[in-house]
Design a protein around this ligand. Structure first.
Ligand SMILES: [Zn+2]
Length: 602
């Protein structure tokens, strides 16, 4: 055995020799040494493809429900995304810091969120019975920091960020990294003197996010989104990785830059001309008709001539919502328009009976009690004649005139945007896609700085609240989203910039010494060129090695077999296209290097 000191010495020399100085970390690995347990079977509890493939490809293992260990290859992908995020944050003047995961309840009580955040907040107590939570986000902590450290406008603006674990107590975590109880996020908070400064910070982050997802090699779209629960004054955009399995519906314009979450997408009311017969409102008997479809069928009228009337309960308040029969109500728009209820749901049949005297299927907007507020989608008053419920069991009105006979207190945009509608900016027909949210940029305004007293003195000596923004990237979620977007029946197809390794060398035989020697030689040559490479040196059948390589998703595979080697050639295969071509042993490293450089240049 060689003396230990000598072998360490040799490894050091080798390392300096083999890697370009600017690159750190492990850039090559033998598969025989790699902790990469792959599975042929789909794990029973994994419902979404990214979860299935991450487990099967040996990237993660479950530790407990919604909690995962990143195995070496999974962690490499995570680190690569983190590096891209960090570089783009730093390029915009972001400063990295690290805040505690565990946060005192007092700060959350100051901001008012302790009581409204609900069951998703992981709460705990220390031995002195003091309350804490595991941070799902860090507005309170960072605003507390700034109120202590910032005195003057001269210290602003500030862009502060961290990359850290976040926690959310999901009721039933089941989508792997897509929706875990512990996840990794980059969160940046901007502090500015005024709205103009915030607009600038916001734009910087918006631009940085575009670069991040493009650099990760992902097809994405920034979309106008709903402000949701964080609460804020200004705009917000979500960054969606496009994938058919995405949980969010997005409408986008193929002609201009307009794109929005359907939850948010503003609609233009559509007028439908109907050849409506002259005639007064009539009460008609509609036995056993409960749904819009049944009503449309029973009366033989199109759904566009019907009005849906829905009794809603927002917190303690009841109100009637009207929308055209063919449209879908957008509850998020409804809630935003009415000021934001903590809970918003359809009223119970018992309440409907109590207030309007009938079953939900017969509710209508004619002669409703005065104390009941009525809100209508913009299209309802534009209908010349309508069919609606009569607030009498098994009865509806036909030929009602909404603009005259309905008491409508507020007219609002309440409906869900539909595919094919005209773009509000340019008029082109909108298209629909599905997306996975991986980032959000958000103008917070002074909500937290006022609540916690993060103020500064402006040049006139006046005390003002910092104007804030917050900007998140779901780092671990981006891994899952990348897989949802890039996979086939055989496994993952990593975009080159975030692949765990860029290339795998597969000697098809471990018996043929020329094959083995060539594989070793290329393995070293790839390392010298700075290619991140693994060598599948296992004594396994070629089919097993190919299956694993496809499953893990290495972008490039170099296959070395006796037959082609007799002509001095090896096979180079691209995972993405499945294309293979023969390349000479001398040229393959150069070609691999060229492909990699092309795919990660930005
Ligand atoms: Zn457009």
């Amino acid at each position: 055995m060689m003396p230990l000191r000598m072998s360490i010495h040799e490894i050091n020399i080798g390392a300096i020799h083999e890697f370009p100085v600017q690159r750190k970390g492990m850039f090559h690995m033998r598969v025989s040494q790699l902790l990469n347990p792959t599975l042929r079977e789909v794990p029973a509890e994994a419902e979404v493809i990214s979860h299935q493939l991450m487990v099967r490809a040996g990237l993660i293992r479950k530790s407990a429900s919604g909690l995962y260990t990143y195995l070496p290859l999974g962690l490499r992908v995570l680190r690569k995304i983190e590096t891209i995020v960090r570089e783009e944050m730093d390029a915009k003047g972001g400063q990295e810091l690290l805040m505690p995961i565990m946060q005192p309840a007092e700060l959350w009580k100051e901001s008012g969120r302790w009581d409204v955040y609900g069951d998703e907040l992981f709460r705990l107590k220390d031995r002195h019975n003091r309350e804490f939570c595991l941070g799902p986000t860090h507005e309170e902590i960072i605003t507390d920091l700034i109120r202590g450290e910032v005195r003057s406008y001269k210290q602003l603006p500030l862009l502060l960020y961290q990359i850290q674990n976040k926690y959310r107590d999901e009721r039933r975590p089941r989508f792997g990294l897509m929706r875990g109880r512990e996840f990794i996020m980059k969160d940046l908070y901007s502090f500015d003197r005024d709205e103009a400064g915030l607009a600038e910070s916001y734009q910087k982050m918006y631009d940085a996010y575009c670069r991040i997802f493009a650099r990760c090699g992902l097809a994405y779209r920034p979309v106008e989104a709903d402000a949701g629960a964080i609460g804020g004054t200004g705009g917000t955009h979500e960054f969606m990785v496009l994938a058919d399995s995405g949980e969010n519906a997005v409408v986008y314009c193929p002609e201009c830059s307009y794109a929005a979450n359907v939850e948010k997408a503003e609609c233009r009311p559509q007028v439908i001309e109907v050849a409506s017969p002259e005639g007064q409102r009539k009460l008609v008997f509609t036995p056993n008709v409960r749904t819009i479809d049944e009503l449309s069928g029973f009366l033989a009228v199109p759904k566009t001539s019907l009005v849906k009337s829905l009794l809603y309960q927002g917190d303690e308040k009841l109100f009637l919502v009207l929308i055209r029969g063919d449209r879908e109500l957008n509850e998020i728009k409804l809630n935003n328009a009415l000021g934001g209820f903590v809970s918003l749901e359809l009223a119970s049949p018992e309440d409907v009976k109590k207030i309007l005297g009938c079953e939900p299927g017969s509710v209508g907007p004619v002669e409703v009690p005065n104390e009941l507020m009525v809100v209508a989608d913009e299209e309802v008053p534009l209908m010349k004649k309508a069919v609606c419920g009569a607030n009498k069991a098994n009865h509806h009105f036909v030929d009602a005139v909404p603009s005259i006979e309905f008491r409508i207190d507020q007219v609002l945009d309440l409906r869900m945007m539909e595919q094919g509608e005209a773009c509000l900016k340019c008029g082109a027909p909108l298209k629909e896609a599905r997306g996975i949210e991986v980032g959000q940029v958000f103008k917070l305004g002074t909500k937290y700085s006022k609540a916690l007293g993060a103020t500064f003195l402006d040049p006139d000596g006046e005390e003002k609240a910092c104007v804030m923004g917050c900007y998140g990237v779901g780092v671990s979620r981006s891994i899952a989203a990348a897989i949802e977007q890039n996979h086939d029946d055989y496994g993952i197809i990593w975009p080159m910039p975030i692949a765990p390794y860029q290339c795998i060398i597969v000697p098809v035989s471990t018996k043929d010494s020329l094959v083995v020697e060539t594989a070793d030689k290329l393995y070293l040559e790839f390392q010298r060129l700075g290619v991140e490479v693994v060598l599948d040196d296992r004594d396994e059948r070629a089919g097993v090695k190919f299956k694993d390589a496809d499953l893990v998703g290495y972008p490039l595979r170099v296959t070395i077999g006796s037959k082609t080697l007799a002509n001095g050639q090896v096979e180079l295969r691209e995972r993405k296209t499945g294309e293979t071509h023969l390349v000479t042993v001398e040229e393959v490293a150069g070609q691999v290097k060229t492909i990699i450089e092309k795919e990660i240049s930005f």
